[in-house]
Design a protein around this ligand. Structure first.
Ligand code: ZN
Length: 357
């Protein structure tokens, strides 16, 4: 790989104006056989990769095909070429949620996390200033999750991606709150991604799980932190971001606010009304239309929205950042903040130091 491709390009306006995509995913090109335990073999859902060609592979869960992917999932050179084509300087490179393994025995899940986290470092190694790895953790076991996020921080991960729930435990679950408190204490930003979506025959067509399930799940997770009292227990310096514009939340904040005041017997379970907590989290910009982007900015503030594309998956935005770049009515300072300024604050000092080097 050429040095020019791997080093940080200098955008117009200098390093402070980098375009940072905070929502992208990776899949390693291969990993050791995970179906080593009786439990994994019995459940028949262990993740593995059926490599079809040098550029194509199929994510397999046991004997079931889950998703066809291409080499942009693991090939740094291809990612960097796409980033250059799209005008993206830096990607946050997060796990693909199907590998979270929250349903596994914690010891097996811990093993999966360590393998994938170490492989993520290898994928990002060719361009350490442009590809910033985020870790995954065995969130079903709070102590193991805290240990793994600490190990990853030492090894060079710059944050952690978590799923929006662990089985029936939402983000206000005591163990998950303890993990989030730990992330705040060691200065690791958290990216929350919907996964393990509701299932029924009604959702089994038109990718309805992705089109309706993901926005609803993310909305529910934000409500868990608000109405479930999560934010009341978390330090204000926790940096946490929700994927896909925070799902349905911004559109329905008024309904939730009204409910908090009108049905205090069941809904006013947080110390303050929902609108009080809008400065406690961020969202990405993967909402595709100008009115939706404007709603996020109007509802959460221009400092709470960050470029996020969902690269390289097909429901993501390409070119990455196109909506922010083309949206009318954004002044230059807001556009710059959405393209990368807000991400620098979210990522924090460790990442900013690395980008500066
Ligand atoms: Zn995603």
């Amino acid at each position: 790989m050429t040095e020019a491709l791997a080093s940080t390009p200098t955008p117009q306006g200098g390093a402070a104006n980098l375009a940072i995509d905070i929502h992208t995913h990776y899949v390693p090109h291969g990993w050791p056989d995970l179906a080593t335990s009786d439990e994994m073999t019995a459940r028949g859902e262990w993740p593995w990769l059926r490599v079809e060609t040098e550029h194509d592979a199929m994510i397999m869960l046991g004997t079931n095909e889950f998703r066809r992917i291409e080499s942009d999932c693991w090939d740094a050179e291809r990612r960097l070429a796409d980033m250059d084509a799209d005008g993206i300087d830096v990607q946050v490179v997060s796990p693909t949620p199907v590998f979270f393994s929250y349903g596994w025995d914690p010891i097996e899940a811990d093993k999966v996390c360590r393998i994938f986290n170490d492989l993520a470092l290898e994928i990002c190694a060719p361009a350490p200033k442009r590809l910033l790895p985020f870790a995954q953790v065995p969130l079903q076991d709070t102590d193991a999750a805290c240990r793994e996020v600490e190990r990853c921080k030492v090894n060079g991960h710059l944050g952690v991606e978590i799923g929006n729930h662990v089985g029936d435990r939402d983000l206000d679950d005591a163990g998950i709150i303890a993990f989030l408190q730990h992330c705040a204490s060691i200065d690791m930003p958290v990216f929350v991604h919907p996964w393990d979506l509701p299932n029924s025959p009604r959702l089994d067509r038109w990718m309805a799980q992705w089109l309706t399930g993901m926005p609803a799940e993310t909305h529910l997770s934000i409500l868990a932190l608000i109405l479930g009292g999560g934010f009341d227990q978390l330090p204000a310096d926790l940096r946490i971001c929700f994927a896909h514009g925070g799902g349905s939340f911004a559109f329905w904040l008024g309904r939730v606010e009204n409910a908090w005041h009108r049905r205090p017997d069941t809904i006013a379970t947080s110390e303050h009304p929902p609108s009080h907590y809008l400065d406690r989290f961020s969202v990405d910009s993967a909402v595709f239309t100008e009115p939706a982007l404007r709603l996020l900015i109007d509802t959460l503030g221009a400092n709470r929205v960050m470029l996020g594309s969902d690269y390289p998956y097909p429901l993501g935005e390409r070119p990455s950042g196109a909506l922010i770049r083309s949206a009318s009515g954004l002044d230059d300072s807001v556009r710059t903040a959405l393209l990368g300024g807000n991400a620098r604050v979210f990522l924090g000092p460790a990442a900013v130091d690395r980008l500066r080097q």
